[in-house]
Write a protein that binds this ligand. Structure first.
Ligand code: SAM
Length: 312
């Protein structure tokens, strides 16, 4: 099975991150290594790149695609939530200047032949784990979680307006037999939508919600952003590409708060918190792909890039 992913907003990431010769960079979601390859060219001859991914398939693809950079690349199959531990364990005393976080899924992961059922076009088992590190699968959620918990994730992680009806349908169906494949689940969702289709497939939001819940994506993102900022030196830059509003809200909020000198509520006249701004926002307006990029790579249409520079 071929691993293919076309990286998005590459020239924008490079312009804002501005990696220079011999600087070291962390790519916390390396995927197939598309962004990493461009970064490594910019940081030649000796800049080091640490690449992480939860997905073993991505690590295999990246190691093949970045082979020519030899010892300038270290790849580790782990979640970026363990970034501190990973760096401490390396004991190579490399100081990293910049960090890239390209969230979400790669195209390879949503291909219909991908065996983990990320795609609603797939007939594969409902797994949806990025990597084998955890036990919770989408199949367990769909077949074992209470209807109320399903409604919660469909609403909160999928912003699905028919959350209740879909959860009820799942509850009725699974009384007879378990829901095993992505295809089974799509059929249940389509029943609620009465076969109607808009611009996006009716199953998109439920699949997004399940994936977020299985991989605990939003909590991992929330807890990792401050740790990532801590790793960088003053002048170091951090670029985050997100693909839906739930992720983007977390990134935007964190950057905005960290760019403020005081976090006290407005009613308090004199600052009590003594919070100091730790970063400067470089992308005053969020960066989106150009029309020509969207035309060439329609998957890029929802991407949003935010970049900051550490100042303290
Ligand atoms: C959009 S792709 C990255 C593509 C990459 N920038 C490229 O150029 O090929 C997102 C990647 O993030 C990985 N991922 C998602 N959550 C992760 C996490 N918590 N830690 C590490 N990798 C993660 C996914 O497995 C996927 O390979």
């Amino acid at each position: 099975m071929e691993y293919f992913h076309q990286p998005v907003l590459v020239s924008e990431v490079i312009d804002f991150l501005n990696p220079r010769s011999n600087q070291n960079v962390i790519d916390a979601t390396i995927g197939g290594g598309g962004h990493a390859e461009t970064i490594l060219k910019k940081t030649a001859p000796n800049g080091h790149l640490l690449g992480l991914d939860r997905d073993p398939r991505a690590i295999t693809a990246a190691s093949k695609n970045l082979k020519k950079f030899n010892s300038r690349v270290t790849l580790i199959c782990d979640s970026y939530k363990n970034i501190n531990k990973i760096i401490n364990e390396q004991r190579s005393f490399i100081h990293y200047h910049h960090l890239l976080l390209d969230l979400g899924l790669s195209s390879a992961q949503v291909a219909p032949d991908e065996p983990r059922g990320f795609s609603f076009q797939s007939q594969e088992a409902l797994d949806m784990r990025f990597g084998p590190q955890s036990d919770l699968t989408a199949e367990k959620i769909i077949n074992q979680w209470k209807e109320l918990d399903l409604i919660n994730i469909f609403q909160n992680y999928g912003e699905e307006r028919f959350a209740r009806q879909i959860a009820k349908n799942i509850g009725l169906y699974r009384k007879d037999k378990p829901i095993k494949t992505a295809g089974d689940l799509v059929k249940l969702i389509m029943r609620v939508y009465g076969g109607k289709r808009g611009k996006i497939h009716p199953a998109t939001k439920i699949f997004q919600a399940l994936r977020i819940a299985v991989n605990d994506e939003l909590n991992v993102l929330k807890s990792s952003l401050p740790e990532m900022l801590d790793i960088l030196p003053v002048g170091g830059r951090m670029a985050v590409i997100s693909y839906h509003s739930l992720e983007d809200r977390i990134v935007k909020f964190f950057f905005k708060e960290e760019a403020k000198d005081c976090l006290c509520p407005k009613e308090i006249p004199v600052c009590q918190c003594h919070h100091q701004a730790g970063l400067k926002i470089l992308t005053k307006k969020v960066i989106k792909p150009s029309l020509s990029e969207i035309k060439e790579n329609p998957r890029s249409r929802s991407a949003k890039l935010r970049v900051v520079e550490k100042i303290v």
